[in-house]
Design a protein around this ligand. Structure first.
Ligand SMILES: O=C[C@H](O)COP(=O)(O)O
Length: 251
């Protein structure tokens, strides 16, 4: 039985004041004990969020980490160890905005995945196709390639301490959500691909769906057999909405 997870990616949003308000709202939510809940603020707000979230019910993660471990001459980057040091438990790796806008290559994604695990962080590996790729019938091939980069470099066992997030790029921030059936098909394909290497790792692997998840569509998506929760962008900036999505994962 996989434990559901709901993760809120705050992306490049927030000021100290608005983050304080969001923390206050999150602390008032009744969150289901059977769901792992995490939020991913911008790095300059990590300390504030770690300190502000009471009771340790909500884990804190970072949106990216450096390809190199430890400390060194890498201007502008933050290492996995530094993220751990401020209280992070998880880190997003290979979000499509980093791949497509900021130029993260497959090689960098793998190096960041390694750096995260070396630092003791749980990597949340993001995969997903663009609209053009979906329309060309390439969805499963694209997702398989992104998954295989990690499996081929590190072995399938690396996924036993990781989470995968399927995020169709065309559904991110657009209000367009993959139907539960469309999402389930890709999630099942991801699990099957991992199962070819190791059925136990595949069975235990949590695969989150991301792309315009909201309180109104969360329960239906999370009700699919291979969807183990969500990676939520815009809707995670509203504590009440995010709380409702977390509760939908617990039902
Ligand atoms: O990381 C989160 C995803 O990019 C989804 O964002 P969204 O919920 O705003 O569509």
């Amino acid at each position: 039985m996989r434990r559901p997870m709901v993760a809120g990616n705050w992306k490049m949003h927030g000021t100290r004041a608005s983050v304080a308000e969001l923390i206050g709202g999150l602390n008032q939510q009744a969150l289901p004990a059977e769901v792992d809940v995490a939020v991913f603020p911008v790095s300059v707000h990590l300390g504030q969020v770690v300190e502000g979230l009471s009771g340790g019910v909500v884990s804190v993660g970072a949106q990216d980490c450096a390809v190199e471990p430890g400390q060194g001459a890498l201007t502008g980057e933050v290492s996995g160890e530094q993220l751990r040091d401020v209280g992070c438990k998880l880190v997003l790796i290979g979000h499509s905005e980093r791949r497509l806008i900021l130029g993260d290559s497959e090689e960098q994604v793998v190096r960041k995945f390694v750096a995260a695990q070396v630092a003791g962080l749980v990597p949340v590996l993001c995969v997903g196709e663009t609209l053009e790729q979906r329309e060309a019938g390439e969805t499963l091939a694209v997702v398989a390639r992104q998954l295989d980069s990690v499996i081929e470099a590190l072995g399938v066992a690396a996924l036993s301490d990781a989470v995968v997030a399927y995020e169709p790029v065309w559904a991110i921030g657009t209000g367009l959500t993959a139907t539960p059936g469309q999402a389930q098909d890709v999630h099942a394909a991801i699990r099957a691909r991992v199962a070819v290497k190791d059925a136990n790792v595949a069975g235990a692997l949590r695969i989150l769906y991301g792309g315009s998840v909201k309180a109104v569509n969360a329960a239906e998506l999370f009700g699919m057999p291979d969807i183990d929760g969500g990676l939520v962008g815009g809707a995670s900036l509203n504590a009440d909405e995010f709380g409702a999505i977390c509760r939908a994962a617990g039902n």
